[in-house]
Design a protein around this ligand. Structure first.
Ligand SMILES: Cc1cc2nc3c(=O)[nH]c(=O)nc-3n(C[C@H](O)[C@H](O)[C@H](O)COP(=O)(O)OP(=O)(O)OC[C@H]3O[C@@H](n4cnc5c(N)ncnc54)[C@H](O)[C@@H]3O)c2cc1C
Length: 492
């Protein structure tokens, strides 16, 4: 791809799923692409890292979007990537007190536990199939200019029959939607829905937008996959594709500043002082982290920050566990919810266990386990500011709290744990460069207060779970595809 006879240089900051997807798609189109990644491995929140002989999934663990015509399946076809996936017979077990529900393609157990919800799920399934078909279009929402407005019109015009059934839901909350079926007063059902929504749209039914909830609640029934070697294989495959199409991914290159001439970004400079000239910069960052790369007097910084604010970070335990601990419950993922109390902060945990047949993940006879719970970042940073002792005490108390909930449902777990390591919001900030360790994008409460990839600077774009349609592998890939289309339309 050439600009006035010269190749067009694209610098992508960050080798998360968003950055790598844009990089691979643009490299395939002939742009000259360099990805600068601060860590020594790709993937960010969806990385798999090595520690003490284990390969732990850092954050994301459930492979979503690989189903037929799903965003990752389509991306794989386009980039000629063969994903190392194995289809899971069930997505995860939901445990709340004595209630155990296996979430699977058929929803059989959900309907058994909540027989009054059949009509609700019928409507959810119908609407979700409309939404998945829209996801393949990578709708340019909200449009970032006249060109995207035209593209939005063309794409939605074709899909008008698909969009019209969604309109009554656009301004509803998920709880109002449940109320239309009389389900909002069934506290067990609401807790079940809240638990699903918190992990997928970062908020509960009272606040979640109904359209976002439709697709979030569909993930188990669409079918999930596991990745051989861990979820990080997705990023590894994408990084390899960038190389195959003539681009490069450079590790250990933390971008510290962007040089800006009042109109456009000229280059990115890394911590080692190297300068990477750019015609186009794509930031796989949160808006706050991107704003930090501008000088104090540069005007874009404040404007970049506008938009929906993130709320959550995560507390995560990485455990090396004897495999006999899982004999009674042989499933890869379990969501455990305490009887009462607000979700998150150790009251709800998501447990992911490496498969017994994946020898890449753990020494023989052991499993690599990731246990996560939503946690607000502010108290963690206050604890760190108060000193090492305060911070360590908080970390120990969260570790104990999470381990006790885990042990209630896995007999003898505490005796079978051989290795424990913990990540707090402070750790997330250090490893992903996401300021304050905010992960999981923004709470999906509105379809209208969302951020697109455009910025106040014409040649600078954002791609990440901070950008519509938000978090998860399929969400981020859908958003990234739209960025690649936008760049190509404007500069190709
Ligand atoms: C605990 C947890 C569980 C989750 N579970 C799931 C799940 O099961 N399934 C699912 O689909 N999704 C899940 N998600 C969400 C999913 O992981 C994210 O939405 C997605 O991975 C975010 O991708 P991203 O493109 O926004 O980039 P990020 O993952 O944020 O990656 C950004 C990259 O940029 C790099 N970087 C940052 N600053 C700089 C800089 N200055 N210079 C150079 N490089 C830099 C970082 O090192 C990182 O590699 C989970 C997330 C978390 C935190």
């Amino acid at each position: 791809m050439q600009l006035k006879g010269k190749e067009i240089k694209v610098v992508v900051i960050g080798a998360g799923i968003g950055g790598l997807t844009v990089a691979a798609l643009l490299a395939r189109k002939g742009f000259s692409v360099s990805v600068l990644e601060s860590q020594t491995y790709p993937g960010g929140c969806a990385a798999t890292f090595e520690h003490n002989g284990y390969r732990f999934d850092a954050g994301a663990t459930v492979g979503c979007g690989f189903h037929k015509k799903g965003p990752l399946a389509l991306l794989g076809e386009e980039l000629c990537i063969s994903w190392p996936i194995v289809s899971c017979p069930a997505a995860w077990d939901f445990i709340h007190g004595d209630r155990v529900i296996r979430l699977s393609h058929s929803r059989q157990e959900v309907l058994r536990e909540f027989p009054g919800s059949i009509s609700f799920w019928e409507e959810q399934g119908r609407l979700a199939s409309f939404l998945w078909s829209l996801a393949t279009e990578a709708l340019p929402w909200p449009p970032s200019g006249m060109d995207e407005l035209g593209a939005l019109f063309r794409k939605t015009f074709r899909k008008a029959p698909v969009l019209s059934p969604m309109l009554p839901f656009a301004n509803k909350t998920a709880l109002q939607w449940l109320a239309s079926y009389g389900l909002d007063t069934d506290s067990d059902f609401v807790r079940f829905i809240d638990a699903q929504l918190l992990i997928s749209v970062q908020t509960t039914a009272q606040y979640a937008n109904a359209v976002n909830a439709v697709i979030a609640l569909d993930l188990p029934s669409k079918g999930t996959h596991r990745l051989t070697g861990g979820i990080g294989s997705v990023a590894e495959k994408l990084a390899a594709a960038v190389g195959d199409y003539g681009g490069r991914v450079l590790y250990g290159r933390a971008v510290q500043s962007l040089e800006y001439n009042g109109r456009r970004v000229l280059s990115a400079t890394t911590a080692d002082g190297a300068c990477y000239p750019a015609d186009i910069v794509v930031a796989n960052l949160t808006p706050d982290s991107l704003a930090c790369l501008f000088g104090e007097n540069d005007s874009p910084a404040a404007r970049i920050k506008k938009g929906p604010a993130p709320e959550w970070s995560a507390f995560v335990l990485y455990l090396g566990v004897e495999e006999s601990a899982f004999n009674e419950r042989p499933i890869s993922h379990v969501q455990i919810i305490r009887e009462s109390g607000d979700l998150g902060e150790g009251n709800s945990i998501f447990v992911s266990v490496s498969p017994s047949d994946d020898s890449l993940r753990a020494p023989e006879g052991f499993r690599a386990v990731t246990v996560s719970t939503h946690s607000r970042p502010e108290p963690w940073f206050e604890a760190r500011a108060a000193g090492k002792e305060v911070y360590s005490k908080r970390k120990e108390s969260y570790t104990t709290r999470v381990m006790s909930l885990l042990s209630q449902h896995f007999n003898g777990m505490e005796q079978k744990v051989r290795m424990v390591s913990a990540a707090t919001p402070v750790t997330w900030e250090r490893y992903t460069g996401r300021r304050q360790g905010y992960v999981g994008g923004y709470p999906q409460t509105s379809l209208f207060n969302v951020r697109g990839p455009g910025t106040p600077v014409r040649n600078l774009f954002l791609t990440s779970d901070s950008v519509f349609p938000g978090q998860s592998l399929p969400g981020v890939v859908t958003g990234a595809r739209r960025v690649a289309e936008l760049v190509e339309r404007r500069f190709g």
